[in-house]
Design a protein around this ligand. Sequence first.
Ligand SMILES: [Zn+2]
Length: 103
Amino acid sequence: MTLNVTTINTELLETIAADAIRTLENSTRTDAKRWQSAIRKATLELQSNPFWNFDGKEVVIMSETSNAIYTPNGVCQCKAYAQRQPCRHRAMHRLLTRYTQTA
Ligand SMILES: [Zn+2]
């Protein structure tokens, strides 16, 4: 399944994001709040940034505000990841992976 901003079902995406955020409510991990925030940002970006593509395994995201390209897959190339913080790019990859498993 190839997904991009024009083919993604936003209703399904928002359902998957809401489930993930709810699961984190019950989590004891210290970064749960930051992941919830990352998931919210990821959900918005998947609907607004036209420069991403998911081939079913890998997502390529080009920043709307810089020339940066991110290929998150557990790891990421952004500053947040370098500081060992949750980031919206990894949340995007996770949401899209879950989306293809659900759709
Ligand atoms: Zn990142």
